[in-house]
Structure formats: C-alpha cells, structure tokens
Design a binder for this molecule. Structure first.
Ligand code: NAD
Length: 259
C-alpha cells in the first residue's frame, strides 16, 4: 500500500493516531484530522513525517459540518491526489439515562459517529470506483453489536454505522473496494484513562477495582485492548491480504460479544 493516500478522521489522539502511525509505517501518505492544540498537533504531524519519511498533512475540519468535510476532501484531492484509504474514526460519547439525555448531545453523537462517515464516503467513493481500488474502515464498537444502558445515542450511531458499512461493502464489491467495521471493546486511550480516577473517587473504589469491576466488567480478559492492536487490524484490512474481507464487523474486544 506504499504510495497510497489515507484520511484518518479523529487522528489527533487515541485510536486514530495509532492507525495513522500504522499506515504511515507502511509508506502511506497521511491526512490527519481532529481537534486539539495547534502546537501539539503540528509537533505530531512533523514527528510522523520525519519518522516514516512520508508526506503528512493536517486539516482541522469539524466533522459535524458537511461544508467543512467537503473542504477536507477537496484539500486531499488537491494536495495528495485523492483518498485511497478512508478511516472513519472520529467519535464522541455521552452517558445519560434516556429521560434526561440532552437532545443536542444526541444530535452531535449521531452527527459525528454516523453522519460524518456518510459524507466522507459520499465524497470519496467515485474516485475509488474509477481507480478500482479502495479501503474504507469504519470505527464502530462492541456497541455496534450489543447495547449497554445509558448509551442510547452511541449504541444507535454505532449500530447504524455497521449497517452503513454493509451497504457500502455491497456497492463497492465489484470495484476493488472493501468496507469493514472494527468493533473494539474498551481501549486504553487518554479519553478512557481520564475517567478512572474520577470514577474511583465517585464510587469509593481503588483504581484497580474501577478498571476490573466497572470498565472491564463485560470484557472477559479483564484487560484493555491496546491502540496498537486496533491499528494492526486496520492496517491488515487495508492490505492486499485483506481484499476478501468485506462488510464484516471485526471484533477486537477480549471476548466481550462472545458472552
Ligand atoms: P479520542 O477522544 O482519543 O479520539 C477522538 C478523536 O476524534 C480525536 O482526535 C478528536 O479530536 C476527534 N474529534 C472529536 N470531535 C471531532 C469533530 N467534531 N470533528 C473532527 N474530529 C473530532 O477517542 P478514541 O477512544 O481514540 O476513539 C476513537 C474512535 O474509537 C471513536 O469512534 C470511538 O467511538 C471508537 N471506540 C473507542 C473505544 C475506546 O474504548 N476508547 C472503544 C470502542 C470504539
């Protein structure tokens, strides 16, 4: 896949950053995207370009806005020759009982975790079809397959993203394009790490108890998934060896959905 171009959304931290690094290590040109401190993002971008000797650009498009997604794809077309590998990874979460779930949080979660992928695929698919090669990886979740209470918007968005994945898989199948969903369990990202001390304080537990009995209660290994493991799976799906995997929910959850 060396010489191809990848857009990894939400790649300024966590899973997206690991996937961008994994693809960069294969010689793929990278468009980073996400929110964050401009100085820190520039340092990440420069470091990735230097480490792997490839072109790495950054675009801070807010994926809640269709016009900014259009600008992002236009920038890749102009500067990097179009998107060959699309990783729809950006996502947010909000946890609340349904009766007090803020409607604006519902809209934002559906907007980022589901609708932004519709726009990125809509705007890149034709070029992939013309080239008769493309890889689309949608970052779903174990919550694309099973539910947990108080995560109504997230579970709905991730189930929707899996349905979208299957549809695009069928539309691209005869054009050398694959579209798959990765379904991680709990992954140790800064987002998750930050919750541990607060939850420990709130519940009067040790951090070890929070990890085992709260966060990883549903994950049979009782171990976090690591971002590098998710990245390796994404890279495999994008490789030539992954060409027959299409429309699949790829679980990487320590056995969560087996239970
Ligand atoms: P993270 O918070 O570390 O990263 C999220 C990324 O999305 C960041 O780069 C952030 O800047 C970006 N982002 C947020 N709002 C944005 C917006 N409006 N426009 C553009 N970018 C925006 O989270 P993560 O844990 O790495 O999660 C990445 C993906 O993996 C998400 O889709 C999440 O649902 C999924 N996931 C995470 C876990 C987990 O346990 N961490 C488990 C299953 C699935």
């Amino acid at each position: 896949m060396a010489g191809k171009t990848a857009l990894v959304t939400g790649s300024t931290s966590g899973i997206g950053l690991a996937i961008a690094s994994g693809l960069a290590a294969q010689g793929v040109k990278i468009m980073l995207n996400g929110l964050g401190d401009p100085g820190e993002i520039e340092a990440l971008r420069a470091e990735m370009a230097r480490t792997y000797g490839i072109e790495v650009l950054f675009d801070g498009a807010n994926l809640l806005r269709a016009d900014e997604i259009g600008g992002l794809i236009g920038a890749i077309d102009a500067k990097l020759g179009g998107v060959d590998i699309l990783v729809n990874n950006a996502g947010i979460q909000h946890v609340s009982p349904i009766e007090s779930f803020p409607p604006e949080k519902w809209d934002a979660i559906i907007g980022l975790n589901l609708t932004s992928s519709f726009h990125t695929v809509r705007l890149t698919f034709e070029k992939m079809k013309t080239r008769r090669w493309g890889r689309i990886v949608n970052m779903a979740s174990a919550h694309a397959l099973v539910a947990s209470p108080f995560k109504s918007a997230y579970v709905a968005a991730k189930h929707g993203l899996l349905g979208f994945t299957k549809t695009i898989a069928l539309e691209g199948a005869e054009f050398g394009i694959t579209c798959n969903a990765i379904c991680p369990g709990y992954v140790k990202t800064p987002l998750v790490e930050k919750q541990i001390p607060d939850t420990a304080k709130a519940r009067g537990m040790t951090e070890e108890q929070v990890i085992r009995d709260v966060l990883l209660a549903a994950q049979p290994t009782k171990e976090f998934v690591h971002v590098e493991d998710v990245a390796a799976l994404a890279v495999f799906l994008c490789s030539d060896a992954g060409k027959a995997i299409n429309g699949a929910p790829m679980s990487i959850d320590g056995g969560w959905v087996a239970a």
